[in-house]
Design a protein around this ligand. Structure first.
Ligand SMILES: *[C@@H]1O[C@H](CO)[C@@H](O)[C@H](O)[C@H]1NC(C)=O
Length: 353
């Protein structure tokens, strides 16, 4: 029964994260909420009062008409931004062609997050100092951290200091989850670097870290049945993509990644598990999933598969069910065909109202 509930929660979150137009209207509440508590009768933190966080990751969040706010409104616990460094500025977009001068990390994510979090951590006459730890973005679950997944699209080494610098308002206000040299101190926002995010830079400081790595899930297992064993021998470039950038392939062992330097352990479903040709996962594939999840959890990391099959629907549901049953923490579904939209829409309404 619990599994079913989990599955529905998950599916619901994913669907909402996919078709957020319906909820764009509602996000007006986030953006235009009167900041002065006195004249509305609202509590200062009223803005998220009836939103319950769902286990969903708003993939390519910036495609939404109202990025970030749509995800928050849906109760998504994770948002993703692809960032590109050009002319000393970090731009957000899926491809170079989609970049515009105003769509920057600062304007689309940092500033709005600061605004929401200031509202969630008010200082008033009766409450002169902010709560310790700070409240998160969800009123119904203030200790819940929002995962900001930053996908480094350009050179990771170069972009890293820019990302670090741009996070300073969040850092200075005590809004970031960090590692203090011995343990993790949870904050309202947990920043995870993926894509070309360089592991060496993330792990360099052994006393303080507030950007965490997206570890290569398939490399946490000792004897994993890899689809392409020769991949291991390939010469690694600095920008080798998710989980492999800024670290030499030869030094990766199952204990390299843990909570002190990483948050997610992720992998492409097709690469790590393979395509379920028979429209059903084989026992061997389920075994692979199981061992990957077990390995990641042993290291204290959250499991995220991306590129799971989206079609046909029965296969997608089957894969989701297996992943949820096996204990996956976050799913990305990024290639749902638009044709499926119609049949999904009524379901959103069913769940939403
Ligand atoms: C670091 O964080 C851990 C876990 O929150 C805590 O137990 C520990 O006291 C902290 N250490 C320092 C030096 O602040």
């Amino acid at each position: 029964m619990l599994g079913v509930i989990q599955f529905i929660t998950l599916a619901c979150g994913l669907v909402i994260s996919f078709f957020p137009d319906e909820i764009d209207r509602a996000t007006q509440r986030w953006r235009h909420q009167d900041l002065a508590p006195s004249n509305s009768g609202h509590w200062p933190t009223d803005v998220s009062r009836d939103i319950f966080p769902a286990r969903c990751h708003s993939h390519n969040d910036y495609w939404r008409r109202v990025p970030l706010y749509s995800a928050l409104q849906a109760g998504c616990v994770g948002v993703e931004a692809d960032v590109w460094l050009f002319d000393d500025e970090l731009f957000v977009g899926h491809s170079i062609a989609s970049l515009t001068p105003t769509r920057t990390l600062q304007r689309m994510y940092i500033d709005p997050l600061m605004k929401v979090l200031r509202r969630q951590n008010p200082t008033t006459h009766f409450h002169p100092t902010p709560d310790e730890p700070r409240n998160g973005v969800f009123d119904t679950d203030p200790s819940r951290s929002l995962i900001l997944l930053i996908d480094f699209k350009t050179d990771g080494e170069e972009a890293f200091s820019y990302v670090q610098a741009q996070l300073s308002p969040l850092r200075e206000s005590g809004y970031l989850t960090y590692y203090n040299g011995t343990g993790i101190v949870n904050g309202p926002v947990t920043v995870v670097g993926t894509g070309n995010a360089p592991f060496n830079r993330i792990a360099a400081n052994t006393k303080y870290r507030d950007i965490f790595f997206d570890a290569p899930l398939d490399r946490l297992v000792d004897n994993v049945d890899r689809i392409d064993p020769s991949a291991r021998l390939e010469e690694r470039a600095d920008n080798a993509g998710q989980g492999l950038s800024g670290i030499s392939d030869a030094v990766i062992d199952p204990d390299t990644f843990d909570q002190t330097n990483s948050y997610y352990a992720s992998v492409s479903f097709k690469k790590a598990v393979g395509i379920p040709w028979a429209f059903h996962l084989t026992d061997r594939q389920v075994q692979t999933i199981r061992s990957q999840i077990r390995a990641a959890h042993r290291q204290g990391l959250k499991v995220r598969y991306w590129g799971t099959p989206s079609w046909p629907r029965s296969l997608r549901n089957h894969v989701w069910r297996v992943l949820v049953r096996e204990g996956v923490d976050m799913l990305n579904v990024d290639d749902l065909v638009s044709a499926t939209r119609k049949e999904w829409t009524p379901r959103i309404s069913d769940w939403w109202h």
